[in-house]
Design a protein around this ligand. Structure first.
Ligand code: GLU
Length: 313
Protein backbone atom coordinates (compact mmCIF):
# COMPACT_ATOMS: atom_id res chain seq x y z
CA UNK A 1 0.00 0.00 0.00
CA UNK A 2 2.80 2.58 0.46
CA UNK A 3 3.09 2.35 -3.31
CA UNK A 4 -0.17 4.30 -3.49
CA UNK A 5 1.12 7.29 -1.58
CA UNK A 6 4.32 7.44 -3.61
CA UNK A 7 2.41 7.85 -6.87
CA UNK A 8 1.49 11.29 -8.25
CA UNK A 9 -2.03 12.35 -7.26
CA UNK A 10 -3.55 11.86 -10.72
CA UNK A 11 -2.52 8.22 -10.95
CA UNK A 12 -3.60 7.27 -7.44
CA UNK A 13 -7.32 6.92 -8.01
CA UNK A 14 -7.24 3.93 -10.38
CA UNK A 15 -4.66 2.30 -8.11
CA UNK A 16 -6.95 2.84 -5.13
CA UNK A 17 -9.87 1.37 -6.98
CA UNK A 18 -7.74 -1.68 -7.75
CA UNK A 19 -6.64 -1.82 -4.14
CA UNK A 20 -10.24 -1.92 -2.94
CA UNK A 21 -11.03 -4.71 -5.41
CA UNK A 22 -8.03 -6.66 -4.12
CA UNK A 23 -9.13 -6.09 -0.55
CA UNK A 24 -12.62 -7.33 -1.37
CA UNK A 25 -11.10 -10.42 -3.01
CA UNK A 26 -8.92 -11.02 0.06
CA UNK A 27 -12.01 -10.81 2.27
CA UNK A 28 -13.92 -13.21 0.07
CA UNK A 29 -11.15 -15.79 0.23
CA UNK A 30 -10.76 -15.25 3.95
CA UNK A 31 -7.13 -14.13 3.90
CA UNK A 32 -6.20 -10.88 5.63
CA UNK A 33 -3.12 -8.83 4.94
CA UNK A 34 0.00 -9.69 6.82
CA UNK A 35 0.62 -7.38 9.76
CA UNK A 36 -2.86 -5.85 9.84
CA UNK A 37 -6.16 -7.14 11.22
CA UNK A 38 -8.12 -9.24 8.72
CA UNK A 39 -10.78 -7.28 6.89
CA UNK A 40 -14.00 -8.82 8.11
CA UNK A 41 -17.53 -8.41 6.89
CA UNK A 42 -20.79 -9.27 8.61
CA UNK A 43 -20.87 -13.04 9.09
CA UNK A 44 -24.28 -14.38 8.01
CA UNK A 45 -24.05 -17.36 10.37
CA UNK A 46 -23.61 -15.02 13.38
CA UNK A 47 -26.68 -12.91 12.62
CA UNK A 48 -29.89 -13.39 14.63
CA UNK A 49 -32.97 -14.94 13.06
CA UNK A 50 -36.02 -12.80 13.56
CA UNK A 51 -39.43 -14.26 14.30
CA UNK A 52 -42.02 -12.86 11.92
CA UNK A 53 -45.14 -11.70 13.81
CA UNK A 54 -48.15 -13.51 12.36
CA UNK A 55 -51.10 -11.84 14.06
CA UNK A 56 -49.82 -8.26 13.89
CA UNK A 57 -52.21 -5.49 12.72
CA UNK A 58 -51.75 -1.71 12.73
CA UNK A 59 -54.95 -0.21 11.28
CA UNK A 60 -54.13 3.29 12.57
CA UNK A 61 -50.97 3.47 10.46
CA UNK A 62 -51.46 4.54 6.86
CA UNK A 63 -47.87 3.54 6.09
CA UNK A 64 -48.33 0.02 7.47
CA UNK A 65 -51.69 -0.47 5.72
CA UNK A 66 -50.22 0.54 2.35
CA UNK A 67 -47.16 -1.69 2.82
CA UNK A 68 -49.46 -4.62 3.70
CA UNK A 69 -51.46 -4.06 0.51
CA UNK A 70 -48.25 -3.81 -1.52
CA UNK A 71 -46.96 -7.01 0.10
CA UNK A 72 -43.60 -5.53 1.13
CA UNK A 73 -41.93 -2.72 3.04
CA UNK A 74 -39.79 -0.16 1.24
CA UNK A 75 -36.99 0.85 3.61
CA UNK A 76 -34.52 3.70 3.04
CA UNK A 77 -30.90 2.94 3.94
CA UNK A 78 -27.26 3.76 3.08
CA UNK A 79 -25.20 1.55 0.77
CA UNK A 80 -21.61 2.70 1.27
CA UNK A 81 -21.12 2.68 5.05
CA UNK A 82 -19.04 -0.35 6.14
CA UNK A 83 -20.59 -2.47 8.94
CA UNK A 84 -23.67 -0.18 8.98
CA UNK A 85 -25.33 -0.20 5.58
CA UNK A 86 -23.39 -1.72 2.70
CA UNK A 87 -24.56 -3.01 -0.65
CA UNK A 88 -22.65 -5.84 -2.29
CA UNK A 89 -22.31 -4.71 -5.92
CA UNK A 90 -22.14 -8.31 -7.14
CA UNK A 91 -25.29 -9.63 -5.43
CA UNK A 92 -27.19 -6.41 -4.71
CA UNK A 93 -27.57 -7.57 -1.10
CA UNK A 94 -27.46 -5.09 1.76
CA UNK A 95 -25.76 -5.82 5.09
CA UNK A 96 -24.70 -4.10 8.32
CA UNK A 97 -26.05 -3.00 11.68
CA UNK A 98 -28.61 -0.54 10.29
CA UNK A 99 -29.80 -3.20 7.86
CA UNK A 100 -30.27 -5.64 10.77
CA UNK A 101 -32.23 -3.01 12.72
CA UNK A 102 -34.43 -2.53 9.63
CA UNK A 103 -34.90 -6.31 9.31
CA UNK A 104 -35.75 -7.00 12.96
CA UNK A 105 -38.33 -4.19 12.93
CA UNK A 106 -39.87 -5.51 9.71
CA UNK A 107 -40.31 -8.94 11.31
CA UNK A 108 -42.13 -7.36 14.26
CA UNK A 109 -44.44 -5.55 11.84
CA UNK A 110 -45.35 -8.87 10.23
CA UNK A 111 -43.10 -8.76 7.14
CA UNK A 112 -40.65 -11.52 6.26
CA UNK A 113 -37.23 -9.80 6.33
CA UNK A 114 -35.86 -12.15 3.64
CA UNK A 115 -38.72 -11.82 1.17
CA UNK A 116 -40.75 -8.71 1.95
CA UNK A 117 -38.26 -5.85 2.15
CA UNK A 118 -37.16 -3.64 -0.70
CA UNK A 119 -34.13 -1.61 0.38
CA UNK A 120 -33.70 1.75 -1.31
CA UNK A 121 -30.52 3.82 -1.00
CA UNK A 122 -31.24 7.38 0.12
CA UNK A 123 -28.46 9.94 0.76
CA UNK A 124 -28.33 12.07 3.93
CA UNK A 125 -29.70 15.20 2.25
CA UNK A 126 -32.75 13.40 0.80
CA UNK A 127 -34.09 11.54 3.83
CA UNK A 128 -36.77 13.99 4.91
CA UNK A 129 -38.23 14.39 1.41
CA UNK A 130 -38.18 10.61 0.82
CA UNK A 131 -40.28 10.15 3.98
CA UNK A 132 -42.54 13.13 3.28
CA UNK A 133 -43.24 12.00 -0.29
CA UNK A 134 -44.00 8.41 0.69
CA UNK A 135 -41.05 7.02 -1.33
CA UNK A 136 -40.03 4.93 1.69
CA UNK A 137 -41.97 3.52 4.66
CA UNK A 138 -39.18 4.04 7.16
CA UNK A 139 -35.49 4.91 7.17
CA UNK A 140 -32.59 3.26 9.00
CA UNK A 141 -29.22 4.82 8.18
CA UNK A 142 -27.11 6.65 10.80
CA UNK A 143 -29.96 9.16 11.09
CA UNK A 144 -29.48 11.55 14.01
CA UNK A 145 -32.60 12.55 15.93
CA UNK A 146 -32.82 16.30 16.48
CA UNK A 147 -35.48 18.95 16.99
CA UNK A 148 -35.07 20.50 13.56
CA UNK A 149 -35.63 17.18 11.80
CA UNK A 150 -38.51 16.34 14.16
CA UNK A 151 -40.44 19.20 12.56
CA UNK A 152 -40.33 17.28 9.27
CA UNK A 153 -40.29 13.58 10.22
CA UNK A 154 -40.89 11.30 13.22
CA UNK A 155 -38.23 9.21 14.95
CA UNK A 156 -38.54 5.88 16.72
CA UNK A 157 -35.66 5.03 19.06
CA UNK A 158 -32.89 5.98 19.56
CA UNK A 159 -31.28 2.58 18.96
CA UNK A 160 -27.62 3.69 19.14
CA UNK A 161 -25.55 6.65 20.36
CA UNK A 162 -22.77 7.78 18.02
CA UNK A 163 -20.54 10.88 18.16
CA UNK A 164 -18.89 13.14 15.58
CA UNK A 165 -15.24 12.37 14.94
CA UNK A 166 -12.41 12.86 12.42
CA UNK A 167 -10.78 10.55 9.89
CA UNK A 168 -7.32 11.44 8.54
CA UNK A 169 -4.52 9.77 6.59
CA UNK A 170 -2.18 7.63 8.66
CA UNK A 171 0.72 10.09 8.16
CA UNK A 172 -1.28 13.14 9.37
CA UNK A 173 0.45 14.91 12.28
CA UNK A 174 -1.39 18.25 12.66
CA UNK A 175 -5.02 17.19 13.09
CA UNK A 176 -5.85 15.66 16.47
CA UNK A 177 -9.27 17.17 17.11
CA UNK A 178 -11.75 19.76 15.82
CA UNK A 179 -9.62 22.57 17.34
CA UNK A 180 -6.97 21.86 14.67
CA UNK A 181 -9.21 22.33 11.62
CA UNK A 182 -8.71 26.06 10.90
CA UNK A 183 -7.57 26.39 7.27
CA UNK A 184 -7.84 22.60 6.70
CA UNK A 185 -9.95 21.09 3.96
CA UNK A 186 -12.56 18.88 5.60
CA UNK A 187 -15.18 16.79 3.81
CA UNK A 188 -18.62 15.74 5.05
CA UNK A 189 -21.98 14.82 3.55
CA UNK A 190 -24.40 17.48 2.36
CA UNK A 191 -27.31 17.91 4.78
CA UNK A 192 -25.62 16.06 7.64
CA UNK A 193 -25.38 17.19 11.26
CA UNK A 194 -21.53 16.91 11.26
CA UNK A 195 -21.37 19.28 8.28
CA UNK A 196 -23.68 21.75 10.02
CA UNK A 197 -21.70 21.55 13.29
CA UNK A 198 -18.37 22.31 11.58
CA UNK A 199 -19.98 25.20 9.74
CA UNK A 200 -21.41 26.82 12.88
CA UNK A 201 -18.89 25.86 15.59
CA UNK A 202 -15.61 25.66 13.61
CA UNK A 203 -16.15 28.36 10.96
CA UNK A 204 -12.45 28.57 10.00
CA UNK A 205 -12.65 25.09 8.49
CA UNK A 206 -12.57 24.91 4.68
CA UNK A 207 -15.64 22.75 4.18
CA UNK A 208 -16.17 20.47 1.20
CA UNK A 209 -19.36 18.43 0.79
CA UNK A 210 -20.55 15.51 -1.31
CA UNK A 211 -23.65 13.34 -1.25
CA UNK A 212 -21.85 10.42 0.39
CA UNK A 213 -18.99 9.78 2.79
CA UNK A 214 -17.36 7.24 0.46
CA UNK A 215 -16.66 10.06 -2.01
CA UNK A 216 -15.17 12.06 0.88
CA UNK A 217 -12.92 9.09 1.73
CA UNK A 218 -11.76 8.82 -1.91
CA UNK A 219 -10.87 12.51 -1.72
CA UNK A 220 -8.95 11.95 1.51
CA UNK A 221 -6.98 9.03 0.03
CA UNK A 222 -6.12 11.09 -3.05
CA UNK A 223 -4.97 14.13 -1.00
CA UNK A 224 -7.80 16.38 -2.17
CA UNK A 225 -8.93 16.97 1.44
CA UNK A 226 -7.16 16.75 4.82
CA UNK A 227 -9.89 15.07 6.86
CA UNK A 228 -13.37 13.54 6.71
CA UNK A 229 -15.76 14.33 9.53
CA UNK A 230 -18.88 12.46 10.51
CA UNK A 231 -20.01 9.91 13.12
CA UNK A 232 -17.33 7.69 14.71
CA UNK A 233 -19.33 4.59 13.67
CA UNK A 234 -19.01 5.45 9.98
CA UNK A 235 -15.37 6.56 10.15
CA UNK A 236 -14.23 3.48 12.11
CA UNK A 237 -15.69 1.32 9.37
CA UNK A 238 -13.68 3.07 6.63
CA UNK A 239 -10.52 2.98 8.79
CA UNK A 240 -10.98 -0.75 9.42
CA UNK A 241 -11.13 -1.38 5.65
CA UNK A 242 -7.78 0.34 4.93
CA UNK A 243 -5.95 0.40 8.29
CA UNK A 244 -2.58 1.10 6.64
CA UNK A 245 -3.87 4.31 5.08
CA UNK A 246 -6.42 5.82 7.47
CA UNK A 247 -6.97 6.48 11.18
CA UNK A 248 -9.67 8.00 13.38
CA UNK A 249 -8.28 10.70 15.72
CA UNK A 250 -9.41 12.33 18.98
CA UNK A 251 -12.51 11.85 21.07
CA UNK A 252 -16.06 12.14 19.68
CA UNK A 253 -17.20 15.77 20.04
CA UNK A 254 -21.00 15.48 19.76
CA UNK A 255 -23.86 13.17 20.57
CA UNK A 256 -25.64 11.60 17.58
CA UNK A 257 -28.61 9.48 18.75
CA UNK A 258 -29.67 7.26 15.84
CA UNK A 259 -33.38 7.04 15.18
CA UNK A 260 -35.62 5.23 12.73
CA UNK A 261 -37.18 7.89 10.51
CA UNK A 262 -40.94 7.61 9.86
CA UNK A 263 -43.52 9.87 8.21
CA UNK A 264 -44.15 12.65 10.73
CA UNK A 265 -47.85 12.08 11.31
CA UNK A 266 -47.73 8.31 11.53
CA UNK A 267 -47.52 8.11 15.31
CA UNK A 268 -49.00 4.60 15.32
CA UNK A 269 -46.07 3.34 13.25
CA UNK A 270 -43.55 5.23 15.40
CA UNK A 271 -44.90 3.73 18.64
CA UNK A 272 -45.04 0.24 17.09
CA UNK A 273 -41.36 0.61 16.11
CA UNK A 274 -40.47 1.82 19.63
CA UNK A 275 -42.17 -1.28 21.06
CA UNK A 276 -40.41 -3.53 18.55
CA UNK A 277 -36.99 -2.02 19.32
CA UNK A 278 -37.52 -2.48 23.04
CA UNK A 279 -38.47 -6.14 22.48
CA UNK A 280 -35.42 -6.85 20.29
CA UNK A 281 -33.11 -5.16 22.80
CA UNK A 282 -34.61 -7.29 25.56
CA UNK A 283 -34.46 -10.66 23.75
CA UNK A 284 -30.79 -10.27 22.75
CA UNK A 285 -31.28 -9.67 18.99
CA UNK A 286 -29.89 -6.13 19.19
CA UNK A 287 -26.62 -7.23 20.80
CA UNK A 288 -26.24 -10.26 18.55
CA UNK A 289 -26.78 -8.08 15.48
CA UNK A 290 -24.29 -5.48 16.76
CA UNK A 291 -21.61 -8.09 17.50
CA UNK A 292 -21.93 -9.58 13.99
CA UNK A 293 -21.78 -6.18 12.21
CA UNK A 294 -20.71 -2.83 13.73
CA UNK A 295 -18.83 -4.63 16.51
CA UNK A 296 -16.36 -5.82 13.84
CA UNK A 297 -14.97 -2.28 13.46
CA UNK A 298 -13.51 -2.45 16.96
CA UNK A 299 -15.83 -1.38 19.81
CA UNK A 300 -17.61 -3.87 22.11
CA UNK A 301 -21.41 -3.59 22.30
CA UNK A 302 -22.54 -0.71 24.52
CA UNK A 303 -25.89 -0.56 26.32
CA UNK A 304 -28.47 0.78 23.86
CA UNK A 305 -29.69 4.28 24.83
CA UNK A 306 -33.16 4.63 26.44
CA UNK A 307 -36.00 4.82 23.92
CA UNK A 308 -37.64 8.26 23.78
CA UNK A 309 -41.34 7.63 23.20
CA UNK A 310 -42.22 11.30 22.80
CA UNK A 311 -45.91 12.26 22.53
CA UNK A 312 -47.59 13.18 19.25
CA UNK A 313 -47.77 16.91 18.54
N1 GLU B 1 -25.70 11.05 11.96
C1 GLU B 1 -25.41 12.19 11.14
C2 GLU B 1 -26.64 12.69 10.44
O1 GLU B 1 -27.69 12.13 10.58
C3 GLU B 1 -24.30 11.90 10.16
C4 GLU B 1 -24.40 10.63 9.38
C5 GLU B 1 -25.26 10.73 8.15
O2 GLU B 1 -25.13 11.70 7.38
O3 GLU B 1 -26.05 9.82 7.94
O4 GLU B 1 -26.62 13.69 9.77
Amino acid sequence: MPVVSRLPVASRLPVLALLLVLLAAATATGCGQEGSPPVKGPQPEDLPEYRVATDFRLPDSRTWEQAKKRGRLVIGVKEDQPYLGEKDPATGRYSGFDIEIARMLAASLGFDPDKQIEFRTVASANRETALQNGQIDYYVGTYTINDKRKKQVGFAGPYYMAGQSLLVRKDEKDIKGPQDLAGKRVCSATGSTPYQRLQSEYPETELVSYDTYSVCVDNLLSYQVDAVSTDDTILLGYAAKVPDELKVVGEPFSKEPYGVGVPRNDTALRFALDDALAAHEKNGDWKKAYDATLGLSGNPAPQPPPIDRYPAS
